[in-house]
Design a protein around this ligand. Structure first.
Ligand code: SF4
Length: 244
C-alpha cells in the first residue's frame, strides 16, 4: 500500500518545519468542529486488537457485526480463538469481509498474544520499538494495524497514519504524493508532543474528516479544513484536485 522509499523529498509547498508548525492548527480546527472522538470503542484491549485486524479494508460497521457475533458465541477470547478451527472462526467474522484471510491473520496474532502471556498491561512494558517489530513480524499485520494496536490497545504513544492522512496532507500540499507511511508517521511524531491521548484523538479526527469530506472525490465545501486549502483552490472555489 505504501511505497518504501529512501529517496530525498520531492519539492513541496512548505518546508518540513512549516508543516510541523501547522499540524496543531489542523488538530484544533478538527477538534473544534467535531469534538472528542473517544476512540477506540471497545470493552477490553483484546477487543481493540481484534477490531484493528478485522477493520482492514472494510467499514467499521462490518467489524461491529463481526465482534458482536464473536461475543454472542463466547469467541472474543484468546484461548477460544486458538481452540476453534479456522473455518468456524471465519464464519463468525464473515461480515468483516475476506473472512478466511482474516481468520488466519487473527489466529496468527492471537498465537503471538498468548505466547506473550495474554496480558496487555505486561506486554506493553516491552515498549514501542520491540513490540512494533514483533507485531510486524506476524503475517498480515502491516504498519497501520500494528500502530493502531500499539496506540489504542496497548496505550503506547505511536502515531497511526492511513489513507485519509495521506489525502489530507497531500491535497493540502503539505507533503508530496510519494511520501511513505514512515515519513508521514515521523512527521507527526517529530512535530507533536509525545502524548498518546493527542495521537489517538488526532488520528480519529483525521478519519472523521476523511469519511465525511476527504473521500476519493473530495467534498471540500463545508469541510473544517477548507480554509486551509492552498489558496489557488480556495480562491477559485474548485476544491482540492481529485486523487485516489
Ligand atoms: S478541504 Fe477538501 S482536501 Fe482539505 S481535508 Fe477537506 S475535503 Fe480534504
Amino acid at each position: 500500500m505504501w511505497p518504501d522509499s529512501t529517496r530525498t523529498s520531492s519539492s513541496t509547498r512548505s518546508s518540513a518545519t512549516d508543516v510541523a508548525a501547522t499540524l496543531l492548527d489542523y488538530y484544533r480546527d478538527l477538534h473544534t468542529r467535531y469534538g472528542p472522538q473517544n476512540w477506540w470503542p471497545a470493552e477490553s484491549p483484546f477487543e481493540i486488537m481484534v477490531g484493528a485486524i478485522l477493520v482492514q479494508s472494510t467499514k467499521w460497521q462490518n467489524v461491529e457485526k463481526a465482534i458482536s457475533t464473536l461475543k454472542t458465541y463466547g469467541l472474543l477470547d484468546p484461548a477460544r480463538i486458538l481452540e476453534i478451527d479456522e473455518e468456524t472462526l471465519g464464519l463468525a467474522i464473515r461480515s468483516s469481509g475476506t473472512y478466511r484471510v482474516k481468520a488466519r491473520r487473527l489466529k496468527g496474532f492471537v498465537r503471538w498474544f498468548v505466547d506473550r502471556g495474554a496480558d496487555a498491561g505486561r506486554i506493553k512494558e516491552l515498549g514501542v520499538p520491540r513490540l512494533r517489530e514483533e507485531l510486524l513480524a506476524i503475517r498480515g499485520i502491516g504498519r497501520e494495524t500494528a500502530d493502531a494496536i500499539l496506540l489504542y490497545a496497548f496505550e503506547l504513544p505511536t502515531f497511526v497514519v492511513d489513507r485519509y492522512t495521506w489525502r489530507v496532507l497531500t491535497r493540502h500540499e503539505l507533503l508530496p504524493e510519494d511520501v511513505t507511511y514512515d515519513e508521514m508517521k515521523e512527521l507527526f511524531e517529530g512535530s507533536l508532543e509525545r502524548n498518546r491521548e493527542l495521537y489517538g484523538e488526532f488520528h480519529a479526527l483525521i478519519v472523521r474528516v476523511g469519511i465525511e469530506h476527504c473521500r476519493s472525490k473530495a467534498k471540500c465545501a463545508g469541510c473544517p479544513l477548507e480554509p486551509r486549502l492552498p489558496r489557488r483552490y480556495s480562491e477559485t472555489e474548485i476544491g482540492a484536485p481529485e486523487r485516489v
